[in-house]
Design a protein around this ligand. Sequence first.
Ligand code: ADP
Ligand code: MG
Length: 241
Amino acid sequence: MSELVSTRIRSTAGKLGLPHLAEAINEYIRRAGEGKMGYLDFLDLVLSEELAVRDDRRIRQGLRLSKLPHHKTLDEYDFSFQPDLDPHKVKDLATLSFVEAKANAALLGPPGVGKTHVTVALAVAACRAGYSIYFTSLDDMVRNLRAAEAAGRLLNKLGTYLRPSVLVVDEVGYQPLERAEANLVFQVISKRYEKGSIILTSNKTFSEWGQVFGDEVIAINGPSYRLKNRLAVIERNTNVA
Ligand code: ADP
Ligand code: MG
């Protein structure tokens, strides 16, 4: 292909906001020549690659903005370790129909059973599906809202927790809230109501803090996965002894 044409394509692709095409044009031409592609297949290749690159960029940026503590998936979750947890319930949540419906979900259980893991996995799936995500512990949210309130910037800070399609509130109920703090949390919940989803985790049972949040409730009541490894070490050590 003449240099002139490829230079023009690069410039046009840039103006159209197709940066990958602008970069990869020579590679496309090479692949097209190798594969003896027809026009249709060639256009299909160029457009689907551009879309894949764009999706990838969007997901990476979404995950960065989400403040998720890690990006574990449900594939990494060993359901056989929690026989009381119904995998169907979790997989049902993973279809994200509750996010679509702007409903909420709560994962309840003692420490170490994988509440945060499952929640993060749902949030990663939602991010991939195009929803915006924000992860916070309840304590961090309360602390940030209080500080913002004291600085006269509450409205602005509330936006952080109201804007994302999915707000993950981790570790609800670990610390008791003062009245003013509970009021701030209530503002977030009531303003998000039917506008966006909340996924929360708590070590409290549902009845302990009332039906404020919940539509979908999943209780994981089995043993701690963290303790599993520790127990294995202890067992190994006792066996050796
Ligand atoms: P919780 O939030 O309930 O306290 P986490 O989600 O933080 O528990 O889980 C603790 C650690 O154990 C994490 O590293 C998590 O990935 C892992 N984990 C917990 N349960 C499982 C499981 N069933 N399969 C695989 N990893 C698990
Ligand atoms: Mg946790």
